[in-house]
Design a protein. Structure first.
Length: 211
């Protein structure tokens, strides 16, 4: 299994490409703008087809490149239904950002539910709902990789902002404690922006939310 961290788009949003060359398949988590230009040659080099695109939440910077990717690959799209308005009606995001963002609506093939287990690339992933930054933020936890892809809920030494519509600071803190800090301490936390961290490091040192 290969993991590539690909910061892309206007504000360096992390996309994560999981590739399994022995299966000829790959998974992309989040789709910032222009990320396809980075992903396409990696897939060709490894002989992989992108089979699924998982969106951690519906904010513009995590899905700006999704429509292009789906057209190019036919990948199935997964997301949480609480962010359905943002994903299917991108003008909503443009209105509260106050600018044109060149967003396209994306058709989601499967709306995930908390506690659901997904099988992809021969791996199991648990869906954990981590609202607060926005209503539909989810974490994808892969036990075999000891890794959780958490969107914009938690960062190294920080947390997601809650001043956008649908944000809720108290809910975010509770979500982090109940859905991320309950993972094994050594679990790598892979956020939507910035460097990776671990559950243990954030539980002991995050100034915004201690375990």
């Amino acid at each position: 299994m290969q993991l590539d961290v690909i910061p892309a788009g206007p504000i360096d949003t992390n996309a994560y490409l999981l590739s399994a060359p022995e299966r000829g398949e790959a998974l992309l988590i989040d789709a910032p703008g222009e990320v396809w230009a980075e992903v396409k040659p990696l897939l060709a080099e490894r002989g992989c087809k992108l089979v699924e695109l998982w969106i951690t939440h519906g904010h513009w910077d995590h899905m700006q490149g999704a429509a292009e990717i789906v057209r190019a690959t036919g990948a199935k799209v997964l997301a949480h239904a609480d962010d359905r308005p943002l994903i299917e009606t991108p003008e909503i995001m443009e209105r509260f950002m106050g600018e044109r963002l060149n967003l396209e609506s994306v058709r989601v093939d499967h709306w995930v539910v908390p506690g659901e287990m997904r099988e992809v690339l021969g791996l199991s992933a648990e869906i954990r709902h981590v609202p607060g930054h926005c209503p539909g933020n989810v974490s994808f936890y892969f036990p075999a990789l000891a890794a959780a892809f958490v969107g914009d809920a938690l960062f190294r030494g920080s947390i997601g902002r809650t001043d956008f519509p649908g944000g809720d600071h108290a809910l975010l803190l509770r979500s982090i404690r109940e859905q991320i800090y309950t993972l094994p301490p050594a679990t790598k936390v892979l956020p939507g922006h910035g460097p990776a961290t671990t559950v243990a490091d954030e539980r002991s040192g995050n100034p915004y939310v201690r375990g």
